[in-house]
Design a protein around this ligand. Structure first.
Ligand SMILES: [Zn+2]
Length: 161
């Protein structure tokens, strides 16, 4: 077994794809559950309820994913095995990344909502403004306005120059 530092970028990407493939299939299946169940395969989605639809699908995926992680861990312990723990730097199978959520959004939500609108998400911290964002937009807004990550990065950038 080699250290991560010895692997090429391509090898690391291939490894992530191998391990993330089943995760992606699983989360698409969870998305389908929500879309089929409550939203009549998407037929019930309108311009007005598209934001509720997007949130419903993504939250359902998240809920089902962690229910299954919990269930697997319980079964492993009951069978005297150790529950799976993700390696520190990934690839992850026990937690959902932002990329996973974006993948579900692009494949399952956007094809249904894009004919109505692209701005679907309210910022959780300033939703009183009732300003809707796209998927990337709300993440960028949140990071820029409500966390110090971006400003810290900017400062480091300045120091380096
Ligand atoms: Zn905000």
């Amino acid at each position: 077994m080699s250290f991560q530092g010895e692997k090429t970028r391509e090898e690391i990407d291939a490894e992530w794809d191998d391990i993330q493939g089943p995760v992606r299939l699983k989360i698409l299946k969870f998305a389908d559950e929500a879309i089929k169940g409550d939203w009549d395969e998407g037929d019930k989605v309108t311009k007005v309820n598209a934001p509720a639809f997007a949130a419903d699908v993504l939250l359902h995926v998240r809920k089902r994913f962690y229910m299954e992680v919990e269930k697997d861990a319980k079964e492993a312990r009951a069978a005297g095995r150790k529950p799976i723990v993700d390696p520190f730097g990934g690839p992850f199978t026990q937690k959902l990344s932002l990329e996973n959520m974006k993948y579900v959004f692009d494949v399952k939500v956007k094809p249904i909502t894009s004919k109505f609108r692209n701005d679907l998400f309210l910022c959780p911290s300033c939703d009183a403004n009732m300003k809707f964002f796209g998927f990337e937009g709300v993440i960028q807004h949140y990071a820029a306005k409500h966390t110090t990550i971006l400003s810290r990065r900017r400062r480091r950038h300045r120091e380096l120059n």
